[in-house]
Structures are given as structure tokens and as C-alpha cells.
Design a protein around this ligand. Structure first.
Ligand SMILES: Cc1cc2nc3c(=O)[nH]c(=O)nc-3n(C[C@H](O)[C@H](O)[C@H](O)COP(=O)(O)OP(=O)(O)OC[C@H]3O[C@@H](n4cnc5c(N)ncnc54)[C@H](O)[C@@H]3O)c2cc1C
Length: 392
């Protein structure tokens, strides 16, 4: 066991850090201004421009297999990259990637959806949540009924990230009601790739964050048989795989943001004088800094372990739930303390802390709420699926 980054990982971390400091952080004021004046965070085309700059620096398709032009650097590297990029709130992700489940595409689907998505020519989203089914995905109602060589989809999805912008959706619908009921939702659902121009429409949802997900409305949307992703009736597995990946990624985002926020608090506490001394000299402030540092470190190891386990080809779901639960809550505690240390200034819109405070709240909700992660972790232990101390 070697608990340090390799030279290659350290080099990538350093290069990404430089990219974030040079290209992204200088945009922060503009992003805040745009958002506060009701405009998109970045002007049109800016994300693409940044992605191309990153590509020139060698960062394209970080976790994408080499056969699709990616760097295939693996999940630990991905975690390192996400933690670095999350040190800014500028909405950026590296180009050259696609959702993990889109790799289940057949050859035709690869040409039509996977490769254009990797190349940045098409945008995707993934939809399982419905108005009556969030945590309880077994309760979905959207149906797909076979008619000749097509499936006819009816129903509504909600809270879909990227649903306002996507060219196509990977959507989960019931294809066999009896089987769905008999297997408590594990079978009888199928994932379909559905182009926007096949007829679904999206409606923007306003949230407390700076961007909104969408409701997707399907009214007799006809989807050709060849647009089934993976196996007929096998959509539940794909759904779990998509959500499972997203979980430890949330933890990684929280770590990156919390590290930057804690540094802000350390810097501010040394400058802010009250009663003749910097607040950094008060135990009340020091303990908040110390607790935050310990919790960030703990979350980071959970994230890296979840990513490492996935790289070993092992089942990382238990660890992913732990990284999500702890990371999301750590992020919320840290941003709250950092806001407190900044006093009234922390509450203003002159600093980005309040923005992060609102964003962090989402980490505890999407991709499985706190309660659902606890349920999974406890169930794994109580049923003996995972033993205490199994991983290290
Ligand atoms: C901004 C945003 C983006 C999202 N992006 C996507 C996306 O891209 N694709 C997608 O499909 N979905 C997406 N979601 C949906 C998200 O995953 C769900 O909102 C989440 O899983 C919770 O479901 P729910 O909102 O229906 O809450 P509910 O399931 O109704 O839960 C309500 C409350 O009850 C608790 N609860 C539920 N069941 C139990 C239980 N058994 N025991 C104890 N407590 C319980 C929950 O933890 C929660 O506190 C997104 C949501 C948001 C807000």
C-alpha cells in the first residue's frame, strides 16, 4: 500500500490546478455578475473555447477509452481532476466524454450518439426520476408500449440535469408491467435513447441554485426499436450504474469546493481584527478550521477509495454511498462554517460563499439523498453483503 499520488497523478493534479487558476478563476467575477443579472453563467461558446484550451494542454476525454480518442486515465485520476476543477464555481467540465452507460450502445448507436457526444456535437441527459418516483424508482409510471417496430412512450420525467439543453435523453420506462411488479421494479423497465426531435419537450424548473433542471414531457413519443440502449427490460441495471458513478463524483466535488472555501476562511481569519486581535487567534475560529480540515481529509480518502475500487474492477457501490453521504454533508458543514467565519460579509453577494452555500445543499439530495445512502450502507452491513473493514 502506498498512500501518496504517483508522479503521473501529481503532474496531472499540478497541471489542472494551473489551468483552473489561469483560465477559470479569472472568470469568477464575470460568472457571478452574469448569474446575478439573470444571464447564463458563461456566454455562449465560452465553455467550448475553454474545453479546446484544455485539449491543447492535453486534457480531453480524461476517463474515455483510447479507442474513442480519450486518455483513459481511470477513475482515481478522474477523482483528482474533479477535486481540482471544483475549487472554482465556474461551471466547467473537460470535453471528450460521455455518460458511462452510453458505452452500452450498439455499433449504430455508437456512430449516432456516443461518438458525437464525446466530440461535443451532441448533448445528452439521463432521466429516471418522475413526479411520483424519486428515491423510490420502483414507482415510476412512464410506459413504453410496443407498436410494430416502434415503442410509444408516455409519461413525465422531472428534475433532469441538462434536460433543457440536451439533444437526446436516455430515459427509463416500463416495458413489461407484470414483470416490473413481480420483481419490485428490478426488471421490466428499459432504457431508450430518445432524440428531442422525436417529440419530447422540456420545461425549466427554477431552483435555489444558479441553474435549473427540467421536466421532460412525453406524449405518444414514438421511438424505433433500434433505440433501446442495452437489453430490453434491462434498464434498471443501467440506471443503477449511472447513479452509482454520479455518487462518488458528488463527494469529489464537495472536497474540491471545501478546500478552496477553507483556504478563504484561513486567509480572512488572519486579516479580520476584532477586539484588537485577528479572529484567527480565537479558539472558536481555530476549532472550526480544524474540524473542517479533518473532515475534508476524511472525505477525500473516501472518494479516492471509491474511485480506486472501481479501477480494480470491484463493486464500489458501498464505498460510493459512503463517499457521497460523508462528502455532501462535510461540504455543507464546511461552507456553513466558512460563511460564519466571514460574518456579515459571508452572507453578502460580494463573495461567492452564499452561492456555494446554495449549491452545496443540492449535494445532499440528488443522486440519492442522505437518507437513501444511509439505508444502502446499513442494508449492506445488516444483510452481510459487505463486512465491516472489508476494503482496507
Ligand atoms: C437539481 C437536481 C438535479 C437532478 N438531476 C437528475 C437527473 O439528471 N436525472 C434524474 O433521473 N434525476 C435527477 N434528480 C432527481 C433526484 O435524484 C431526486 O430528487 C432524489 O433522488 C430524491 O427524490 P425526490 O425528490 O422524489 O424525494 P423523495 O424520494 O420523495 O424523498 C423525500 C424525502 O423523504 C426521504 N425518504 C424517501 N424514502 C425514504 C426512506 N425509505 N427512508 C427514509 N427517508 C426516505 C428522502 O431522503 C427525502 O428526504 C435531480 C434532482 C435535483 C434537485
Amino acid at each position: 500500500m502506498f498512500l501518496r499520488l504517483t508522479d503521473e497523478q501529481r503532474m496531472v493534479q499540478k497541471t489542472i490546478r494551473k489551468f483552473v487558476e489561469k483560465e477559470l478563476m479569472p472568470l469568477e467575477n464575470e460568472v457571478l455578475r452574469n448569474e446575478r443579472e439573470g444571464r447564463p453563467s458563461l456566454p455562449p461558446g465560452k465553455l467550448k473555447e475553454l474545453q479546446l484550451k484544455a485539449k491543447e494542454a492535453g486534457f480531453w476525454g480524461i476517463n474515455t477509452p483510447a479507442e474513442y480518442g480519450g486518455a483513459a486515465l481511470g477513475n482515481v485520476m478522474m477523482a483528482i481532476v474533479i477535486m481540482e476543477v471544483s475549487k472554482t464555481f465556474v461551471p466547467f467540465q473537460f470535453g471528450g466524454s460521455a455518460d458511462n452507460i452510453l458505452y452500452y450502445s450498439n455499433e449504430e448507436q455508437k456512430k449516432k450518439y456516443l461518438i458525437p457526444t464525446i466530440n461535443g456535437e451532441k448533448k445528452s441527459c439521463f432521466a429516471i426520476t418522475e413526479p411520483s418516483a424519486g428515491s423510490d424508482t420502483r414507482n415510476i409510471k412512464m410506459t413504453a408500449v410496443k407498436d410494430g417496430n416502434e415503442w410509444v412512450l408516455n409519461g413525465e420525467k422531472t428534475f433532469i440535469t441538462g434536460g433543457n439543453e440536451a439533444d437526446f435523453v436516455m430515459v427509463i420506462a416500463i416495458t413489461d408491467k407484470e414483470r416490473h411488479k413481480a420483481t419490485l421494479g428490478r426488471e421490466g423497465v428499459t432504457c431508450f435513447i430518445v432524440d428531442r426531435d422525436m417529440g419530447w419537450r422540456s420545461e425549466y424548473i427554477h431552483t435555489m441554485g444558479e441553474w435549473g433542471p427540467a421536466s421532460l414531457i412525453f406524449e405518444n413519443v414514438r421511438v424505433p426499436e433500434e433505440n433501446i440502449l442495452g437489453e430490453l427490460h434491462g434498464g434498471y441495471k443501467l440506471g443503477l450504474e449511472w447513479i452509482g458513478y454520479a455518487r462518488w463524483v458528488v463527494g469529489a466535488r464537495a472536497v474540491g469546493a471545501a478546500e478552496r472555501l477553507l483556504q478563504m476562511a484561513i486567509d480572512y481569519s488572519k486579516e479580520r481584527i476584532t477586539f484588537g486581535k485577528p479572529i484567527a487567534e480565537r479558539q472558536a475560529i481555530q476549532w472550526q478550521i480544524a474540524d473542517s480540515a479533518v473532515e475534508i481529509e476524511a472525505a477525500k480518502w473516501l472518494v479516492l477509495n471509491a474511485a480506486f475500487t472501481l479501477d480494480q474492477g470491484e463493486d464500489n457501490r458501498h464505498l460510493a454511498s459512503m463517499a457521497k453521504l460523508y462528502g455532501a454533508n462535510m461540504g455543507n458543514r464546511v461552507v456553513d462554517r466558512v460563511l460564519q467565519i466571514h460574518g456579515g460579509m459571508g452572507y453578502t453577494r460580494e463573495l461567492p460563499i452564499e452561492r456555494w452555500y446554495r449549491e452545496a445543499r443540492l449535494w445532499r439530495i440528488y443522486d440519492g439523498t442522505d437518507e437513501i445512502q444511509r439505508m444502502i450502507i446499513a442494508r449492506n452491513l445488516l444483510k452481510g453483503h459487505v463486512k465491516i473493514g472489508q476494503f482496507v
